[in-house]
Structure formats: structure tokens, C-alpha cells
Ligand binder design. Sequence first.
Ligand code: GLA
Length: 430
Amino acid sequence: MGSPTSLPATALLWLSLWTAWAQALDNGLALTPTMGWLHWERFLCNTNCDSDPHNCISEQLFMQMADLMVSEGWKNVGYQYVCIDDCWLAATRDAQNRLQPDMKRFPSGIKKLADYVHSKGLKLGIYQDVGKKTCAGFPGSFGFYELDAQTFADWGIDLLKFDGCNYGTLNLLAEGYRNMSLALNKTGRSIVYSCEWPFYMKFFKQPNYTEIREYCNHWRNFDDIYDSWNSLKTILDWTAGHQDLIVPAAGPGGWNDPDMLVIGNFGLSWDQQVTQMALWAIMAAPLLMSNDLRTIDPNSKALLQNKEVIAINQDPLGKQGYLERKVEDFELWKRPLSQGALAVAVVNRREIGSSRSFVLLGNDWACKQKCVITRLLPTHKDLGLHNCTSAIKVQVNPTGTVLLKLTASEDTAHHKLFSESDTWHSMDTL
Ligand code: GLA
């Protein structure tokens, strides 16, 4: 047993440790899921600016994306972070061990690029790795967490995607993620911290999401997304299969990250793009597009800029949605929203045939009073006021999704109240 005077000292030690954790957890950022653009899925590690100047990883690419984020309305609907992924670095650190960009591709330096992005009212994200090398083989942050965090802060960086390749041991992985979080915090600059900690650790040990949430603003759990329906499916299936573990971990300040939006690229049909947008809203996922804003087609752009769907994603309650049930190759996903509202997504997982109908009953949304129902995707349609006995039939294309929003309402004066028979009569038109 310690002397009477040692007790307050112990308490102080715990208090200071707790304060450090609390600061790392509570950096005031990502109170709703981060929105922006990230180069990886579309532009990968294209360093060949001689033969492919238009698409290589260079300051010009990020400046162009920043310009378009403003001129094409992305910033207006909430996309804010322009993010650099792997392959921006020079092959070595400088004489003072500081990170430096490849000077041929980033001749103005990262600070100038950050200034440019900030001058547009946007924020700049960058990429590093917990280990000795990044996934693409550039110098990693191992042994330099404080120096690198300070370098990023000095440059004016606003988000760090911290990868986990070449991490060494599980202990080093965890220490690295914790130490970089504390180092970023110590700089005093507001830097969103995007982790891949649980993804690398889950092969050996079940991640402790309470701890991960204390250190990260969002965290990747699963494989890299590819530009394909198959990839999208595996992400949805993994998420649903682990929802008891991961859904409770999400909330303001910390989010599960199912990886980039690939809407507007080559691999997803229209219906599959709708499914990605709807489910990323249900999952309260960071909305980080990886596409070419210079050439994106108008339909994909409109889908990504759909304000009603973005509002579901950004709902201030911050509860992640979940798969409620599967029936006949349909999936019914739900996300509780603020003010008692609810988002409901019906996914048709059948990959053959034509559109199929799914009937939602009043008890699917447990409408205590009356519900105003709006279909948000694939197109907007007001479906009016419904009660618990209503049944709604939705038509869903193969691999597509219908996204609905239900808002509690006691106001019958301004809405037509559908009786059960009205609804059934009108079902085919919904
Ligand atoms: C890992 C990450 C990807 C991307 C690449 C870059 O695979 O999961 O998102 O950052 O590294 O090399």
C-alpha cells in the first residue's frame, strides 16, 4: 500500500493519461463523415508524368480537382477534402530526415499546394504509413512519427490517411497508430486522422473498436475497393457480417470506412452506382470519391451531388445503419436518423432477370404516428403520408437499390393520408 501522499500522485498520473486519451479521441473533427476526393482507386501509383502528364500523381492533378470541386458544385454540397494517396513522396527523406515530395511531380512543394487548396475554401489530405515503407514502397513514418506530424502541420495539411503496410509486429502496429494520433494532436493543428489499423490487425486479433475510436476519426476494416460490383458486394457482405461488432463503434468523431466511392468510373452499372451511394449513406461512411471530376458523366455527378442522400449520410445523430433482414435475395437496411426519422434501403441482390417488387409493411418502420415517406433513389418521389397499416411496394432492379426516407408526422392536414386500400391500389406506381 502506498503512503498517503502517493495517492494523489497516482490519481494525477491517471488524470494526465486520461487527458491525453481524451484529446486524441476528441479532436473535434469528423462530427459527420468526412467528404472529399481521394486519388487512389482511379489514379493509383501513376508516377509517369512524361508519358501520361494528364493522369500522373502530380500537383497539377490536385489543383485541377480543387478547381473543379468549386466550379462544379462539389464544394457546395459538402465535398471538402482533396486528398493525396500513396506515391507523392521522393525516394528518400531530406538531410534533416524530413519527408519531401517528388520534386519533379510536386515542384512547388506541398505547402504551396495546401495554400492553393485553402485559397479555394477546401482542405488538403495526405498519405503516410505506420511502417518503414508505404504500401507502394516509399519512405514510411516508422521512427519519425513526431517529425512527420509536425511536417504535415507546418505544411498546412488537414487530413492524414495513415496506412499500415510493413508494420512489423502487432504491437508496433498499435503503438504506431496511437503515437501518430498523439503526435498529430500535439501539433495543435486540426488534422483528421484516417486509419487502417483494424484492417491490418483483424487477421490476427479482433480489433478493439473502443480503443481505435479513441485514436482515429475513421478506420478501414476491409479490403481495398475495386471498380467492380464484385468488390462492392464483398464490402457490403463483410459489413453486414460484422455489424454487431462495428456498428456500435460509429458515431460523431469516429466512423467505419468501407473505402472510396467509385461512382463515375468504368466498372459499375447505373443501378450499382445507386446501390453504392445509398448504402454509403446508410453506413454513415466517409464519402471520399475516387473518380475523374474532369470527365465524370452528368448522371453520376447528379447522384454524388444528391443533397437528400448526402443529408442521410451526414445525419447529425451519427448512428450507422445495419442490415435488418434478407428475404428472397432482397436486403432490407435501416438507419435511424435524427428527429425520429428513418432511412430504409431495399437492395435487390439477384443478378438475373428484371426488376422485382418488394413490399414494405408499416411495421417495417414502426411508424408510431403517421409517416411522410419520400423515395430518394433511384429518383425522387414523394409517396405521401402513411400509417402503420400501410404497405408500400417498391420496384428494385437487379443489383439496384431503392432508398426511402421516413419522417414522423402528426400533420394530416397537408398530406393525403393513404388508407391501406389506397396504398395497395397505388402500389404499382411507386
Ligand atoms: C493500401 C490502401 C489503399 C491505398 C494503397 C496505396 O492498399 O489500403 O487504400 O492507400 O495502399 O499504396
